[in-house]
Design a binder for this molecule. Structure first.
Ligand SMILES: Nc1ncnc2c1ncn2[C@@H]1O[C@H](COP(=O)(O)OP(=O)(O)OP(=O)(O)O)[C@@H](O)[C@H]1O
Ligand SMILES: [Mg+2]
Length: 233
């Protein structure tokens, strides 16, 4: 098991958000984490990445406990988040933003850039442009590319599809598949339930901070409750 979460609880101040979350991400797979607005998806990512301390429970990565490691130590283990809303530095160029992702391995920066530019040729064309002046789709590519610059073993992609045209989302999904084939495990975190389940092997559905359902994505897509609640069928 690459990542294993056991009975995790976390929240903000007195407000508990995550309730007894248990979850497993095997190496080499694309896993979906879906749920409505406010379900706790981003909070779960923050907790795994060491940005929010859990109140109880534990997190293991490659069989070692990482529950109380700092965010820097967790990044160093190979867990990377492409955050919701992209969080680029708007007054820095595309290339400067990408290089921020490789700050831990500056010597390899050039080679990593070439790798990312091979995946996203558009970013190479735009490398001297301010990140803030790019289109939404290009900014998402840049945030994704910055994540890849850290050579992740496991990458969390939070709301990748939000606000983007279907054709751009298709291109990004192709990249998800490509990096997964190259050995990176992926957690697709989406409000777009259909998109995430269509392109993953296994899925977790969370609501009000709890895992409501989990199973092979194809089975979840056929589930009547999921069809009604999330797919509008
Ligand atoms: N920094 C914070 N301080 C206090 N409450 C917060 C904070 N961040 C999130 N919350 C609350 O925690 C709950 C879960 O939010 P979270 O962002 O994890 O949901 P989400 O599933 O990612 O939703 P979305 O699909 O809208 O991104 C919400 O009720 C939210 O208001
Ligand atoms: Mg969120």
């Amino acid at each position: 098991m690459l990542l294993e979460i056991k009975n995790l609880n976390a929240g903000y101040g007195d407000v508990q958000v995550l309730r007894d979350i248990s979850m497993q991400i095997p190496a080499g797979q694309v896993i979906a984490l879906v749920g409505a607005n406010g379900a706790g998806k981003s909070t779960l990512l923050k907790t795994i990445c060491g940005l929010l301390p859990p109140t109880s429970g534990s997190i293991f990565f490659e069989e070692e406990e990482i529950t109380h490691l700092s965010s820097q130590e967790i990044v160093a283990r190979g867990i990377i988040q492409v955050p919701e809303g992209r969080r680029l530095f708007p007054r820095m160029t595309v290339e400067e933003n990408l290089l921020m992702g490789a700050f831990r391995q500056q010597k390899k920066g050039g080679a990593l850039l070439e790798k990312v530019y091979a995946i996203f040729p558009r970013l190479k064309e735009r490398r001297r442009q301010y990140a803030g002046s790019m289109s939404g789709g290009e900014q998402q590519m840049c945030a994704f590319g910055r994540g890849l610059m850290a050579s992740p073993k496991l990458i969390f992609i939070d709301e990748m599809s939000l606000g983007l045209a279907p054709l751009i989302v298709d291109d990004l999904i192709d990249v998800v598949k490509e990096i997964n084939q190259q050995g990176t495990s992926v957690l697709l975190v989406e409000q777009d339930v259909q998109l995430a389940l269509e392109h993953s092997e296994y899925g977790y559905v969370i609501a009000t901070g709890r895992v409501m359902m989990s199973g092979p994505s194809a089975e979840l897509m056929g589930n009547q409750e999921i069809k009604e609640v999330f797919l509008g069928l």
